[in-house]
Every structure is written in structure tokens, then in C-alpha cells.
Design a protein around this ligand. Structure first.
Ligand code: DC
Length: 222
């Protein structure tokens, strides 16, 4: 395996891309870049300022005003917005849905593009998101697209939320996930889709270890 590769991992919500990206980053000592967390951090501020996700002017103004910084270590990433560590606070379904809405706004994507590219400057990076292989790192060395059946993705997300002690219902979780899929795949700018040169992995019938093994095999062969 060559050093300092840029590896991209894209896919829909609940396909398991965060879990495997974190494990892989730790295994090969690469920086883990969770780009969803950046969109969630913007969404966090949008909620705090009570800005409508449809108001492009206000969103654009907000993007000029805020400072986002990231700290990556040992397969984890911390995100700070205006100095506030929001890493844990942004992991709610509400913030995920709001992140999906604000991520369709060009000013938001532009603001986050430079932060993401800067993180990849010296390689040695596993970048996870929706448009890593298509837009942010089109020249990446290795690209993965992680997918799974919607039913299975909803079940996984449901179990994750229940484990966190949240009082949720499977049907609601599934509806929210499909809603997010629909928005993320049909937006005009940088929609979620596999790049032509990505390895597509369907994780519906695979456990985490099997997915990691598969990906590691491809990475080590490179
Ligand atoms: O991966 P996640 O659930 O944390 O992402 C939250 C939302 O952010 C997702 O629904 C769409 C948006 N997003 C994006 O548009 N592009 C990315 N590279 C990552 C996330």
C-alpha cells in the first residue's frame, strides 16, 4: 500500500460508512474526515439563529460569519464552530435532517469545500460523505461507495438510536431516512451518486468486520 493516499467513502445515510471509515482510519493510521459533521455544524448554527433553511441570503451571510475548525485523531474527528465543540450535540436526527436541507444551498457547499480540500492537502486521508469521489476529491486514489437496502439502513439507524436511549419508532426513522435520501440524491448541486471509478459495496448482508476486510483488501492491493 502506498503512503498518503486519498481514499473517499460515499453513500447514503445508514449504510455504515462512518463505522467502517473510522475503523479503517485507525487501522491504517489515516486522518478521518467526517464531512457530514461539517454540514451538521452549519445546521446547528442555523437552528441556534432560527434561520429558515430555505433562506439562501441569510445562510450565505451565516457562512461568511462562522469559523469552523476540525481536529482529527485516532479515527475520530472533533468539530468546532465559533470555538464551540459541537461534536456530540450534532448527532441528532433533527440536525441530520436540517443538515440535508442546508447542504442543498450553494453558499454552504462552497464554504465547506475549502475546509475539506485543506484537510486532504497532504493525503493520508479517509474522506467520508456524499460527494467526496465526485466533487471534493475527484482525483482521489481510491473511491468507495457504500450502499445497503433502505429497510436494513433504517433498522440499523433505529438500533443505534435505541442504544443511545432515544425513544423512536422504526417507521418514523425509515420515513426520515427516505426523505433524506430523496433530498440528497435529487439536489441540483453535488447530488449523492457513485463516481464512475468507485468500488461499490453493498453492505445489506455483510457485518462491519466483513465490510472492513473487503475494503482493506482493496486498499492494501493498491
Ligand atoms: O453523513 P451525515 O448523516 O452526517 O450527513 C448529514 C447531511 O449532510 C446529509 O444528509 C447530506 C449532507 N452532506 C452532504 O450534502 N455532503 C457531504 N459530503 C456530507 C453530508
Amino acid at each position: 500500500m502506498k503512503d498518503n493516499l486519498i481514499i473517499t467513502v460515499d453513500g447514503p445515510a445508514g449504510a455504515g460508512k462512518s463505522t467502517v471509515s473510522k475503523i479503517l482510519s485507525k487501522k491504517i493510521s489515516y486522518i478521518y474526515l467526517d464531512t457530514g459533521a461539517l454540514y451538521r455544524a452549519i445546521a446547528y448554527k442555523v437552528a441556534e439563529y432560527e434561520i429558515s433553511p430555505d433562506n439562501e441570503d441569510l445562510l450565505s451571510e451565516l457562512c461568511k460569519k462562522v469559523t469552523i475548525s476540525i481536529e482529527s485523531m485516532n479515527g475520530n474527528m472533533k468539530v468546532l464552530i465559533d470555538g464551540e465543540d459541537v461534536t456530540a450535540k450534532i448527532r441528532t436526527e433533527r440536525t441530520g435532517l436540517l443538515a440535508s436541507k442546508v447542504s442543498a444551498v450553494p453558499a454552504v457547499r462552497e464554504t465547506l469545500l475549502s475546509i475539506q480540500r485543506k484537510a486532504g492537502e497532504s493525503g493520508g486521508l479517509i474522506a467520508e460523505g456524499r460527494d467526496m469521489g465526485t466533487v471534493v476529491f475527484p482525483y482521489a486514489d481510491l473511491k468507495f461507495f457504500i450502499n445497503a437496502d433502505a429497510e436494513e439502513r433504517a433498522r440499523r439507524r433505529y438500533r443505534e438510536l435505541v442504544e443511545k436511549g432515544r425513544n423512536v419508532n422504526l417507521e418514523d426513522v425509515k420515513r426520515a431516512l427516505l426523505d433524506r435520501d430523496q433530498r440528497d440524491t435529487t439536489r441540483n448541486i453535488s447530488p449523492l451518486k457513485p463516481s464512475d471509478d468507485s468500488a461499490i459495496i453493498d453492505t445489506t448482508f455483510l457485518n462491519v468486520e466483513e465490510v472492513v476486510e473487503k475494503m482493506l483488501g482493496i486498499i492494501e492491493e493498491f
